[in-house]
Design a protein around this ligand. Structure first.
Ligand code: CO
Length: 506
């Protein structure tokens, strides 16, 4: 006997459509994974066409008038889309995506694809030559197209809202600004206090650790965390990422650097955090409209939690450092556990966002958000970006990039038209600590468990409060349910002050 509730024929139609789109989406993901992990250089052009073909089929299937009619009928049938049933939320998600996708006129969509393809090439060349003028005309076109896109969603409170909403459903620019306005002065103050202190030594990390051993360690650590190898795999790629081809196959990648042993281990923990989220969505949401994640910020809260709150904690290293030290006596034989812990948590303003430590990371994001908002409002001109970038870097981090490759051109996002994405990284950091605090309040033994190499209470809590809902709830709604509060900066500020106050003796 199945205890599945009866669903209407129309609801079944929506589920069937979602299942087919899920299959196609996972085929597209497989093409993308192969492109980054295995594909020879010569495959790029045809692979691009193959990926575009899948994208086109998915778009056509989903944006037809029949699907629009089906969604309208279901809205009528179910009534309140905010009811907390899977059916209501599945329709809500489908309606939202349908409205977004059908709003964009085909010529605009084609123009976007054309411009971003050219922009990506121009960005690569501009970055390699460190010459902003190569990228500038295309970025101007992208900003213009993004404004046109935002205007499709008028009336809005802010021109940046429709862009942000693509990555953080339901979130408003005003909310993010308010959060960052509270965060910024406190984080600047902390960084100034840190800058006056002697930084801990981390030269023991800047060595060439054996790569096979690094891989063994990475695999061992994430196995203990709870990454399911029966439904996962680890490969090498130039840029670490996580991708999924269904609940039964969530893959991660990493890379080993010759002069930085921490990089691979921490990024493996990070990607495993993303992957365990995807592995934790329940089987009932397999090939389902709610099979995804709540948002990018919620996703990032999971990766950051395992990477930073677990992986860079004192307790974790009290469990794991003796083993690591035995494996690498030549580098770590004379480094005490305390010195190791302080070394991996060294704070250092740096030019590159992806290399930033916990205490400086959000500053890189705030700078980008201010610039993106300025570009969309028209108060910042694309041509002035290199100068504005450098001024803000100096203001926030006290350093000026020596060239545009290490400044305004460092990230790929804008070349792909992704304006509105960056804030999700910082919001994820904030959410990670909020979830952590709530979890510890309910499970005060967790630090002791970590020190014994036990992580199942953490994963279990995340399964129960985050993973089990898939994309059923919007991010702020989910945070409210899980922690009693929407995303707020205070816990993160407190966390940084406590942790770095101790490390730096502030
Ligand atoms: Co991430």
């Amino acid at each position: 006997m199945s205890d599945k509730p009866e669903i209407s024929p129309k609801m079944q139609n929506l589920y069937d459509l979602a299942a087919e789109l899920d299959d196609l989406g996972h085929i597209a993901a497989l093409l993308g994974w192969d492109q980054q992990v295995n594909m020879p250089h010569g495959g790029a052009e045809e692979r691009g066409l193959q990926s575009a073909a899948i994208g086109r089929i998915m778009h056509e299937k989903f944006t037809s008038d029949e699907v629009g009619q089906l969604i309208d009928d279901l809205v009528e049938e179910v009534g309140d889309l905010n009811a907390e049933t899977d059916e209501a939320r599945a329709i809500k998600v489908a309606k939202r995506v349908y409205e977004k996708q059908t709003k964009v006129p085909l010529p605009m969509l084609m123009e976007q694809i054309k411009v971003t393809t050219m922009a990506h090439q121009a960005w690569e060349e501009a970055k390699a030559k460190s010459d902003f003028s190569i990228f500038q005309p295309l970025l101007e076109k992208i900003v213009d197209l993004r404004k046109q896109y935002a205007d499709l969603f008028k009336p809005y409170d802010h021109v940046y809202d429709p862009l942000l909403d693509d990555f953080e459903p339901g979130m408003k620019t005003a909310e993010v600004k308010e959060i960052f306005n509270k965060l910024r002065p406190q984080q600047v103050e902390l960084l100034q206090a840190i800058a006056e202190k002697e930084p801990p030594d981390n030269s023991f990390l800047k060595q060439h650790y054996d790569e096979d051993l690094q891989e063994t360690i990475g695999r061992y650590v994430i196995t203990r965390f709870g990454y399911d190898w029966n439904r996962g795999r680890l490969d090498l790629a130039a840029h670490p990422f996580t991708t999924e081809f269904g609940q039964g196959d969530v893959r991660i990648t990493t890379r080993y650097l010759k002069d930085d042993a921490g990089s691979a281990l921490f990024s493996t923990m990070h990607e495993a955090g993303h992957a365990m989220y995807a592995q934790g969505v329940p089987p009932k949401y397999r090939r389902h409209p709610l099979s995804g994640a709540a948002s990018l910020a919620i996703h990032e809260s999971q990766s950051r939690l395992w990477e930073n709150l677990v992986g860079r904690s004192k307790e974790f290293w009290s469990f794991f450092y003796p083993s690591l030290q035995m494996l690498f006596p030549q580098y770590l034989g004379n480094v005490s556990e305390t010195d190791f812990y302080r070394g991996i948590n060294r704070v250092e303003p740096s030019f590159i966002r992806v290399e930033a430590d916990e205490a400086t990371y959000n500053m890189h994001i705030m700078l980008r958000l201010e610039i993106e908002i300025g570009l969309m409002e028209g108060t910042i001109a694309v041509g002035d970006l290199p100068e504005i970038w450098n001024t803000k870097m100096q203001d926030y981090l006290g350093i000026t990039p020596p060239d545009v490759a290490r400044g305004v051109l460092q990230d790929v996002h804008w070349s792909g038209g992704m304006i509105g994405y960056f804030p999700t990284y910082a919001l994820g950091n904030l959410a990670s600590v909020q979830l952590w605090d709530k979890m510890l309040e309910e499970n005060p033994n967790i630090p002791d468990e970590i020190a014994q190499g036990k992580f199942d209470t953490i994963l279990g809590w995340m399964r129960e409060h985050i993973h089990q809902y898939g994309s059923k709830f919007e991010p702020q709604e989910l945070m409210l349910k899980a922690t009693g509060s929407k995303i707020t900066p205070e816990p993160y500020i407190q966390y940084l002050k406590t942790k770095y106050g101790e490390i730096y003796n502030l």
